[in-house]
Design a protein around this ligand. Structure first.
Ligand code: HEC
Length: 466
């Protein structure tokens, strides 16, 4: 279908797309996560008769409201951009999910109504009718969660369509339930929900800690210390769900979008894991140290965290050895020592706790918050990159797809399944050309390649080999 594609004056099309979505999605993530938490904190404060929770809850809601307008304004830019830059995608995808899109619009209106009118504006007036007020908070939070549920359904379809075809431009579908409930729908929703709760709370904790450091009024200083502790500790705890959900998410991608899986695990997007992993290590180290010093009097909490860390062992045990470690044994020794060493370190810190006076520890919390935010960016970016050059996996290519990217996709699809490594690691036997080798591989009974595909794969591998 030849719909007119608007050329971008500067930068590639995907840069525009990503900059716009990256302006909107973090804001939506903050609002949804904090709105989810606000009525829970308010309820805790009500039960404990502790007004500090009430203040914290209200401040999260207040900040969400400030972010609401820019978040919404930036969000409206996204469909306009897609309509111009990826018109075929928009025509087919929005037509497949027309009714969920309309439904999220209704939910969005309800969210605004409840958040602004029935939750925030009534806060002080309903201090004596807390239950009703908290219920309004939960309704507002529910709207936010449902909106995310809708977007994660139609967004995850792009990576794992699960065999449900993308309709043609002139085919009015309205809604495809099978496409919506696609294989990675739930994994994406859970991975994003826990990820959002984790990074936005670690970030809030870092900011509160900074205010705690700077404040001169003792009562205010104490409040910010309290707020930093609640949010930061919760953010750290929510993180523990992520590796487990992430593992199952990756398994779904492996089965449903194998080329994207290969792109992540050794293919062209694998290097996203390096900064992601390093940043995770940074915030886990800081948050672990903080919680083990600050909550040294809560052995049940520290015990649970230790068990959580130890349970990551199962994931490492099932993960194929990383080749940088040389041998599978070295890999196993490295992660065993890493996990056990870290748990030992944490209990040592707890024991030494009272003697530890780290000046400017609040800055470390802020660093941890920023590191976790960066992890969120790398994760989202990776989900986009691994599909490239396809917009909807297996159904639609980007208008700007290059031959190089197409051939790469084909090579992953046809070759890496058996070789299970990065294309860079395919070694050409001495005295052969890539054309000869690929033609020879094409003769394997399990491989089916047209002559044209042989040439395309060979040209890609020649390019990689340079
Ligand atoms: C059905 C499984 C399978 C598929 C698909 C496959 N290969 Fe192989 N390939 C093998 C096996 C097995 C060997 C080792 C054969 C041998 O020792 O002679 C091999 C050997 C090779 C070698 C020689 C170097 C080495 O690692 O031993 C290269 C290069 C290679 N394949 C490239 C490719 C390319 C490029 C494709 C995609 C067109 C591809 N293979 C598809 C199974 C496969």
């Amino acid at each position: 279908m030849d719909l007119p594609v608007i050329p971008t004056p500067v930068f590639d099309r995907w840069v525009w797309m990503e900059e716009f979505t990256f302006s909107h999605i973090p804001i939506a993530a903050v609002i949804t996560a904090w709105m989810f938490l606000a009525p829970i904190l308010e309820l805790i404060g009500y039960r404990k008769r502790d007004l500090r929770y009430d203040r914290l809850s209200k401040s999260l809601v207040y900040f969400s409201m400030i972010l609401f307008s820019p978040g919404a304004a930036l969000g409206t830019g996204i469909p306009f951009l897609i309509i111009g830059l990826y018109p075929e995608f928009w025509a087919r995808w929005a037509n497949m999910f027309f009714w969920p899109l309309i439904f999220q619009f209704i939910l969005f209106t309800m969210e605004v109504l409840f958040l602004f009118n029935f939750y925030y504006l009534t806060w002080d007036k309903t201090m004596h009718r807390k239950r009703t007020h908290i219920a309004c908070g939960f309704i507002a939070a529910l709207m936010g969660e449902l909106i995310q549920l809708i977007w994660d359904g139609i967004g995850s379809y792009m990576l794992t369509p699960g065999g449900v075809p993308l309709p043609a431009v002139n085919e009015p579908v309205g809604f495809s339930l099978a496409g919506y409930l696609n294989p990675s729908f739930l994994s994406l929703f859970l991975h994003r929900s826990f990820g959002n709760l984790s990074f936005t709370l670690l970030l809030a904790g870092g900011v509160f800690a900074f205010r705690h450091m700077r404040h001169r009024v003792p009562t205010e200083k104490a409040y910010y210390g309290f707020a930093a502790d609640v949010t930061f500790t919760l953010g750290f705890l929510f993180f523990f769900a992520q590796p487990v959900i992430g593992w199952f998410y990756a398994r779904v991608i492996q089965g449903e979008a194998p080329v994207a899986f290969i792109a992540m695990m050794g293919g062209h997007a694998w290097y996203y894991f390096i900064p992601k992993l390093l940043l995770i290590l940074v915030f886990v180290f800081i948050a672990g140290t903080y919680v083990f010093v600050r909550h040294r009097d809560k052995p049940w909490l520290l015990g649970a965290i230790s068990i959580g860390l130890a349970s990551f062992y199962v994931i490492f045990l099932n993960h194929p050895p990383l080749r940088v470690f040389g041998s599978p044994l070295a890999w196993r020794i490295a992660y065993t020592a890493g996990i056990l060493g870290f748990i030992a370190y944490l209990w040592f810190v707890r024991w030494r706790g009272p003697a530890l006076r780290v000046p400017g520890w609040q800055i470390f919390l802020l660093v941890a918050g920023l590191a976790s935010t960066a992890v969120f960016f790398f994760g989202g970016n990776m989900r986009e990159r691994v599909r490239s050059p396809q917009t909807v996996y297996g159904w639609l290519e980007k208008p700007e797809a290059t031959d190089y990217e197409r051939n790469r996709f084909l090579t992953y699809e046809k070759c890496i399944g058996c070789h299970i490594r990065s294309p860079r690691d395919l070694v050409l036997p001495a005295g052969e050309t890539w054309n000869q080798r690929v033609a020879a591989e094409a003769r394997r009974p399990e491989v089916s390649l047209s002559d044209e595909e042989v040439v395309r794969i060979a040209s890609y591998l020649e390019e990689v080999d340079k």
